[in-house]
Every structure is written in structure tokens, then in C-alpha cells.
Ligand binder design. Structure first.
Ligand code: PHE
Ligand code: ZN
Length: 875
């Protein structure tokens, strides 16, 4: 199948191709047992390269039928072919190359290239899936104008789609249907897409800022047509937002979204034809939770924003992946912040960074935002590339200010429109538009690992001075040691005894940007002096999570409580609360936890404070997750963390029961459900309150059952179900789980939520129980959403069971990886995440995890995907 040891490829080896492909004309003939592909490529020599006359095209699992050069069919000896490529030699300046090949989409379980999902055909070409369609220069710097013809049985596949604008539709003499599409914007092959199916469409229009009318269409399987409204609305809001915030408008006559059930990732930004995992686009109130609505809004926006950040300006090579992904995540995060609450969005982002990204940075797969090597690029669609990449863009905005950043973005898009560029072309545009030197800052792209800042302060009452000494260091990561200091923008504030922000004057003055309240830490150690500090301040450090770093800063519990109550920065109010709770959990681990009354009364007051955004209160009252606690622990003991957190949760719930009940009652509403920010915010707090309440009292439990039965929306129904599960009343929970399945067994997406709450629950998800879910009629190994719902939720959330002391949880995960390695390597490799962290755990667990990794490593025919993750984890 594969080489025993697949090779890494390196950024430093990048070279331009010897040929470009100016135009690509593709014809697909879909039939039941195979698909015929004809590719006509207009190739032209790259004048920047020596005239080799040699062209090597990539291709995988293709049945080659014929190769013709300028209309003359070549005989077998006139080209070379192996498992992964097709090579022609002795070529001149320009040719038309015609390749015919056969593929088998109905046998494609990897879900890369052309495959079947249910009754439809669809494609997934990023990163290197196009080579499973035809022989091609499958690399993002080769940008071509595509024309596509799709031919199929028109009865069964009335909808035939590809990128760009529709140009012709005809009935062929043999009865088949042919649809032709032309995309005038040149693009790399990874943005190619094709869809064929019997689909229904929801349609609308959008008028761009320059007055052009664009047709918007969402295609779904017939049973889902009532789940398209929200995505369509989110799309229009995204289009408007990109015009207002970045001055960028849409550039084709039509924009299409297609929902498919079998998809490895969330969604894909194919030019003019986005393909979505159905879970990331379909929603109606009865079946989708508020969280699902928010995810849909963010992902629709993300894929739409790629039209500029990714498609009009794309990546030179896959080492530049974060150029499009980091920037686009930053753009969708700003959009979500504008549509909902900016503070809440920032809290959610920081939680993800601190749990998942910091863990990645501290593990064997740690890599820079611009990696310098990889074995399988699919393994690099990571939280580092996406979320840390977004943070790095966000820091540039903190440094340059909103206007300077916008100027830089304008220059970037204008300068590089139609090009395939690098991350440093992005920073260069930021530099040139602002006249700044970002040399030092660019280390964020090259150095992996999470920098750690140590803070010490010294207040001098007589001189009214505060001295702040900051040190930074970044731990070693695989292949990188002795890191250089980074440019870290530290947003901060000083609170007086009334909780008001004090005016700030800093020495050296050049280290302070007043507009964004940012202190610039650029050296390994620096001392800053604040003048005119009339009383001892409480320091609010790293406001708004202004840099993706860890902070070591001793602040007393009184100070944390003070910040929780008074900080003008909402993010740091939340952070102070989390630090306080982490302190309790550590106390509990040390066997000396007692809830202090002062803190309880602050939390009570927060619950009663109707001036606060309920979503914000929800976060303030939520304990850090077990994964979050683990990231703040030196040696992770998952069972100890679980016990300690339970103890604290129990104590807090007991202390706040009556406030929780009152909060629940206060937030009851008889308004009809709408997925709209104020309502969602109120429901979040109401349902948090229900969870606490139901865990403490029979009335609360009664209320949860009533809410389950009466709910007209999935948010309330699912929250009630979760409250019942978390109450620990097992047979009651089982009763409602059964009722839920009865009610929803015909809706795939709801059933997946049902699988996931069970597999992810500390109360239910023993290894045996999860094995029974894998046997359930609703489970299917071929569907990535179901694998994620069961295996992913189990290993990612039910940590007390995944880390069962007999190692059976690890075995279950490893068995799943081995099973999926052959059928869907991308999913197999992604599932491995939790096992790769084995060195961070206390040896009792780490040893068992390592043994499972070794068992996987010993399997024959490991895919590149799985091989890369496992081999790096065992180093
Ligand atoms: N490029 C997609 C996105 O971030 C993600 C993706 C990657 C989808 C690879 C499929 C395959 O929007
Ligand atoms: Zn993306």
C-alpha cells in the first residue's frame, strides 16, 4: 500500500513548476459503476524555470485510458506512469494535453476526490484530492481557468453543478443530460468542485455594493428543504459584512451551497460552489440547538470570506495554509463578534486556545503557524494553523490599530489579487501600509510552542510608581529549541480601589500604545514603569486575551474576586473567575477544599445582576472543563481532576440552588423561538441554571422533565435531556433518552446529537456503554459525523471513562483508528489526538496510552496520515 516510511516534504525545497496550466476543460461522464474523466489542459512553459521540457502530473488511484498531445494519441512508451504520477518529456513551449481516465466514486470511502454521499455525487479536493480525479499539477500555485461539463442520467441527477457561472444545459441524443459551467477566475485545483444529485433548492438574491445582482442557492436533499432559511440569512449577512468591514464584494453571478451528509471536515470554500457537511448548514428550531445555529453562522461566513482570503488570493504552497485559514478564521471571528457579543466570542476563542491549541503546542505534533515540513498535509488542518493563525493576525491588528490593519488588508488584497502567495506577503502588506517593521513579530509564524509570561510587580506608594517586570520564554518543541523572544502585545489596565480604570503613563513611552492600551513586550525580560499611580492598583493583565500566551502571575483570591466584580474588560472578569475556580479545584485535589462565603455571595450577585448579558453570566458561572483544568496542570491525573471538579461543582450547586431556581424562573419566556442573539443568550443562562438546579433538587428534576416534554425547540429539549443525564438519575435519564430516540430516529443530525451526548457523558459513557452505541442501528463507521459523535465525544469529553485505569478506553480508541486507517485515513488520524498527549499524563495512564500507540504502529499498511501522527508521538 505505502512505503514503510513515507518521506517528509520541506518548505525549503519549494520550487515553481516547469509548466503552467492556462486553461482546464473537464468532462465528467457519471455512470453507475464508474466515472469517465476527460481533461484538456492548455499547458505553457514557465519562463522563470530552465527549459526542462519535462512535466510530471500527480494522480492517485486513476485508471489511465489515453494521453494525447496536440490531438495525437501517445503510445504507452511515450510517457511514464507510476502509482502517483504521469510524466511527459521533450515538451515544447505550449501544448494541448488531453488525458482520459476512469475513476470509481462509488468505492471511494476516503471522501477525497469524487465520491458518493447518499444518492448524490460530490467532490472534495483540498488539499490534494484533485489528483484522485485526473492527472494534474495538483499544487496551489498552479492557477487555471476551468470549464466543466457534467454528463449524467437526467432523471436521477437533474442537478449538475460545478464552479463559476452556468453556461449551457442540454439533452444529449442518448437521453443523458449535460450541464456546462465556466469559472472566469483562475484558481488552483483544490478549489474545484462538482455536484450531481436530485436536490431541492432554496433561492434568494443579493445586491452587491456596486449594484450587481447575485443569485444565491442552497441545495439539499428533499427532506431538508425546511432547514435552509438560517444559512441563507447568515450568507446574506456575511456578504454585507465583508463589504462593510473589508470593502470586498462577491465576483460571480451565482453563489451556491450544497449540503452533504458524508464529509470529513466542516465545509469547503470551492469557488462559487461551497460544499458543507450537513451538520454545519442545516437547521430549524425543532432540530438544531442555539450552539448549532451559531456554528452555522460562523462556518457559512468563514467559507464565504474565503472567496477573498483564499480564493482570489491563495496560497503558494501548503506550508502557507495559515495564510488563508488563520486570516479567514480571524475574519469569521470578527463577524461573529459583531453579530453577537464580542466578549463572549473572545471567551469562547480563549477557551479553545487554552484547551486544544495549547495542548497541541505542548505535544508531539507541535508545529509553527508556518510549518517547515510535513508528511501528510491533511494532518496540518490544526488548531495551530487555524486558531493560533487567527490570533497572530489579531495581534497585528492590536499592534497596528483598526485603521492601520484595514489599510494593510486593502493593500494585501489589491496587490496580490489573482496570485498564490506566502504568509510573508501578508505581513509585508501590513508593514508597507503602516510603515512599520514586523521582523521581530514574524517569529510568531516560525516558532512553535506557547510562550509563557511571568509577571512581577512592585508598587512604590511614595513615588506613586508601579514597576512591572515581565519575562518571557517559550518551551522547546519537536525540532526547535532555544527560542528567541517574541513581540507580545499585552493589553492591560490598572484598577483603583473603586474598580475604575486608572490613566496610564508608561516609561519607556514607546512601549505603550494608548489607543489599544497595549504594552509591547519584545525582549526576554523587560521592566516597565507606570507613573502617577496614586494608589496600589489591581492589575488586569492580558485583557481581551491580547496574545496566545500562558501567564504566571500570583494574584490573591481577593484580587481575583475584585477583578471578577469590577474589571471593565469582560474577558478578564471571566478569566479572574476561572482562576478562582481553578484554585478551588486545586484545593480539592489537595483534599482541602472549602467554598468561601465571600466568593459565593459574589456569584449570587452576578446571577441576580439583570444588567449583565445572560450569556456572559453563563460563562462566569461555568466551571472550567476537565480539559481546561488539565492544561493548567503539570502532570495530568484525569481521575483526580474529574473528582475534584465534581466536588467543586457539587458545592457550588448546593450553595446556589435557590438563586439558580429563581434565575430559571426569571428567564422563562413565552416568546416563540428565534435563533436570535438576545434570546439565545437568555436561554443559555436559563439552561445553565436548570442544570445546577436539577442536580440539587427534586423540583429541579421535575422542571427538567417538564421542559423536555414541552419544548418546541432543540435547545431547550437537549438542555433538559442533559440536565437529566447529569443529575445522575440513571434510569430516568435512560427513559428520556429512549423517548428522544423515538421522537427523532428519522432525523440523522438529531440522532448524531443523541449519540454524542451519551458518548460524551461522565454519567453514562463507560467503555461497555460506548461499545453498545457502536452496535446501535444508528451508528455507521462510514459516516465521519457518526464516528465523531461517538468516538470523538467519548475520547474528548468523557475523560473519566476514556482514561479508565485498565486502559480499555485507550484500546477502544486504538481499535477505531486501526479500523478506519484503511477506509478513511484522515478521520483515523484525527481521532488519534487524545492518545498523542500521553507524555503529559502521570505514568500510570501514559504508559497504557503509549502501548496502544505502539500497537497501532505495528499494523501493516498504515496510511501516511496515521503513520505521521503515531510515529511522531512515539519519538
Ligand atoms: N478549507 C476548509 C475550510 O477551512 C477546510 C477543509 C480542509 C475542508 C480540507 C475539507 C478538506 O474552510
Ligand atoms: Zn477555512
Amino acid at each position: 500500500m505505502r512505503d514503510a516510511h513515507p518521506n517528509a516534504i520541506y518548505l525549503k525545497d519549494y520550487q515553481q513548476p516547469d509548466y503552467w496550466i492556462e486553461h482546464t476543460e473537464l468532462t465528467f461522464e457519471l455512470s453507475d459503476d464508474h466515472t469517465l474523466v476527460t481533461a484538456r489542459l492548455d499547458i505553457v512553459r514557465n519562463s522563470q524555470r530552465p527549459a526542462s521540457g519535462c512535466l510530471t502530473l500527480q494522480g492517485q488511484e486513476l485508471e489511465l485510458l489515453s494521453v494525447a498531445l496536440d490531438g495525437n494519441e501517445l503510445s504507452v512508451g511515450e510517457y511514464q506512469q507510476d502509482d502517483e504520477s504521469l510524466t511527459l518529456q521533450g515538451l515544447a513551449e505550449r501544448h494541448q494535453l488531453t488525458i482520459r481516465n476512469r475513476i470509481y466514486p462509488q468505492h471511494n470511502t476516503a471522501l477525497e476526490g469524487l465520491y458518493q454521499s447518499g444518492n448524490m455525487y460530490c467532490t472534495q479536493c483540498e488539499a490534494e484530492g484533485f489528483r484522485r480525479i485526473t492527472y494534474y499539477l495538483d499544487r496551489p500555485d498552479v492557477m487555471s481557468v476551468f470549464t466543466t461539463h457534467v454528463i449524467a442520467d437526467g432523471e436521477r441527477y437533474p442537478v449538475l453543478l460545478s464552479n463559476g457561472n452556468p453556461v449551457a444545459e442540454q439533452q444529449l441524443p442518448d437521453g443523458r443530460k449535460k450541464s456546462s459551467w465556466h469559472d472566469p477566475h483562475k484558481k488552483p485545483a483544490y478549489l474545484f468542485a462538482l455536484v450531481a444529485g436530485d436536490l431541492q433548492v432554496k433561492q434568494d438574491t443579493f445586491t452587491t455594493m456596486s449594484g450587481r445582482q447575485v443569485t444565491l442557492k442552497i441545495f439539499v436533499e428533499p427532506q431538508n428543504i425546511d432547514k435552509t432559511d438560517y444559512a441563507l440569512d447568515a450568507l446574506k449577512r456575511s456578504m454585507k459584512w465583508d463589504e462593510q468591514s473589508y470593502g470586498r464584494e462577491y465576483d460571480l453571478d451565482i453563489f451556491m451551497i450544497v449540503a452533504v451528509d458524508d464529509f470529513n471536515m466542516g465545509a469547503m470554500e470551492n469557488k462559487g460552489l461551497n460544499i458543507f457537511n450537513s451538520s454545519c448548514v442545516l437547521a430549524n428550531p425543532a432540530t438544531a440547538t442555539d450552539a448549532a445555529y451559531q456554528r452555522i453562522e460562523a462556518i457559512v461566513a468563514h467559507e464565504y470570506f474565503h472567496n477573498w482570503s483564499g480564493n482570489r488570493v491563495t496560497c503558494r504552497d501548503w506550508f502557507q495554509l495559515s495564510l488563508k485559514e488563520g486570516f479567514t478564521v480571524f475574519r469569521d471571528a470578527s463577524f461573529s463578534a459583531d453579530m453577537n457579543s464580542a466578549t463572549v466570542k473572545r471567551i469562547e476563542d480563549a477557551r479553545l486556545m487554552r484547551t486544544v491549541q495549547f495542548a497541541e503546542d505542548a505535544g508531539p505534533m507541535a508545529h509553527p503557524v508556518q510549518p517547515d515540513s510535513f508528511i501528510e498535509i491533511s494532518n496540518f488542518y490544526t488548531v495551530t494553523i487555524y486558531e493560533k493563525g487567527s490570533e497572530v493576525v489579531g495581534m497585528q491588528r492590536k499592534i497596528l490599530g483598526a485603521e492601520g490593519f484595514r489599510n494593510g488588508a486593502d493593500l494585501y488584497f489589491d496587490r496580490h489579487d489573482g496570485q498564490a502567495v506566502t504568509i510573508y506577503d501578508f505581513t509585508k502588506a501590513m508593514e508597507d501600509a503602516n510603515g512599520v517593521d514586523l521582523t521581530l513579530f514574524k517569529r510568531w509564524y516560525k516558532q512553535a510552542g506557547t510562550p509563557q509570561i511571568q509577571v512581577s510587580s512592585d508598587y512604590d506608594q511614595a513615588r506613586q510608581q508601579l514597576q512591572l517586570t515581565l519575562t518571557q520564554r517559550c518551551p522547546d518543541t519537536p525540532g526547535q529549541s532555544d527560542k528567541l523572544p517574541m513581540w507580545i502585545p499585552v493589553q492591560l489596565g490598572l484598577l483603583d480601589s473603586q474598580g475604575q480604570d486608572m490613566a496610564i503613563q508608561v516609561e519607556p513611552a514607546s512601549a505603550w500604545t494608548a489607543a489599544s492600551q497595549v504594552l509591547h513586550l519584545t525582549e526576554a525580560e523587560q521592566t516597565f514603569v507606570f507613573h502617577g499611580v496614586t494608589e496600589r492598583p489591581v492589575i488586569s493583565f492580558l485583557r481581551d486575551f491580547s496574545a496566545p500566551v500562558k501567564v504566571e502571575f500570583e494574584q490573591s483570591r481577593d484580587e481575583l474576586l475584585f477583578l471578577l466584580q469590577h474589571d471593565s474588560d469582560g474577558f478578564n472578569r471571566w478569566d479572574a473567575g476561572q482562576r478562582l475556580m481553578l484554585g478551588w479545584i486545586n484545593d480539592a485535589m489537595a483534599g482541602q477544599f472549602a467554598l468561601d462565603e465571600a466568593a459565593v455571595s459574589v456569584f449570587r450577585a452576578l446571577l441576580r445582576d439583570a444588567s449583565l448579558d445572560p450569556a456572559m453570566v453563563t460563562y462566569l458561572l461555568s466551571l472550567p472543563s476537565e480539559a481546561y483544568i488539565a492544561e493548567f496542570s503539570a502532570d495530568i491525573d484525569p481521575q483526580a481532576i474529574h473528582q475534584a471538579r465534581q466536588q467543586v461543582r457539587e458545592a457550588l450547586a448546593a450553595a446556589l440552588t435557590s438563586e439558580m431556581a429563581a434565575t430559571y424562573q426569571r428567564l422563562q419566556s413565552d416568546q416563540p423561538y428565534a435563533p436570535q442573539p438576545q434570546q439565545m443568550s437568555a436561554r443559555a443562562l436559563k439552561n445553565l441554571a436548570l442544570g445546577y438546579w436539577a442536580s440539587q433538587s427534586a423540583e429541579g428534576l421535575q422542571q427538567a422533565q417538564q421542559q423536555f416534554a414541552a419544548a418546541d425547540n432543540m435547545t431547550d429539549q437537549m438542555a433538559a435531556l442533559q440536565a437529566l443525564i447529569h443529575s445522575g438519575e440513571r434510569s430516568l435519564a435512560q427513559h428520556y433518552l429512549d423517548r428522544f430516540y423515538q421522537q427523532w430516529h428519522n432525523d440523522v443530525l438529531v440522532v448524531n446529537q443523541w449519540l454524542s451526548v451519551q458518548a460524551g457523558s461522565a454519567e453514562l459513557a463507560s467503555v461497555e456503554f460506548v461499545e453498545s452505541l457502536l452496535q446501535h442501528e444508528a451508528f455507521d463507521w462510514r459516516n465521519p459525523n457518526k464516528v465523531r459523535a461517538v468516538i470523538g465525544a467519548f475520547a474528548g469529553q468523557a475523560l473519566c471513562h476514556f482514561h479508565a485505569t485498565d486502559g480499555q478506553g485507550y484500546r477502544l480508541l486504538a481499535d477505531a483508528v486501526i479500523r478506519l486507517n484503511g477506509s478513511n485515513p484522515q478521520i483515523a488520524a484525527r481521532l488519534l489526538g487524545p492518545l498523542t498527549k500521553w507524555k503529559r499524563l502521570v505514568p500510570q495512564y501514559g504508559g497504557l496510552m503509549k502501548a496502544e500507540l505502539q500497537r497501532i504502529m505495528a499494523q501493516p499498511d498504515l496510511s501516511k496520515d496515521v503513520y505521521e501522527v503515531v510515529s511522531k508521538s512515539l519519538v
